[in-house]
Design a protein around this ligand. Structure first.
Ligand SMILES: [Zn+2]
Length: 94
């Protein structure tokens, strides 16, 4: 599954995630593109294609990093939470 910038924004809104950086209060974040297992990133997509099999076999944690554009603070989100929410949203939409 690929997560678009729009998906990420909708997810954060639904979860009540605050926009401000916990260190400096700035609300400007950039998503650091991260390569999926195949190493490819398509234009307009932030990250990342993950297989459950890879996680189970290697205890690998798929993370989505965001960087504060003012102070450089780095935050991480476990992508399974995002993917689960997106799947439930898409299933509810039919
Ligand atoms: Zn900051």
């Amino acid at each position: 599954m690929k997560i678009s910038a729009e998906d990420l924004s909708a997810y954060f809104d639904a979860k009540g995630v605050k926009d401000g950086c916990p260190l400096c209060g700035t609300d400007s974040w950039s998503v650091t593109p991260a390569a999926g297992p195949d190493g490819a990133i398509e234009a307009g997509e932030v990250a990342l294609e993950v297989t459950l099999q890879l996680v189970k076999t290697n205890s690998w944690v798929p993370m989505l990093p965001l960087v504060c554009q003012n102070c450089g603070f780095l935050r991480m989100h476990h992508t399974h939470w995002i993917q689960k929410w997106l799947e439930e949203r898409d299933n509810a939409a039919g």
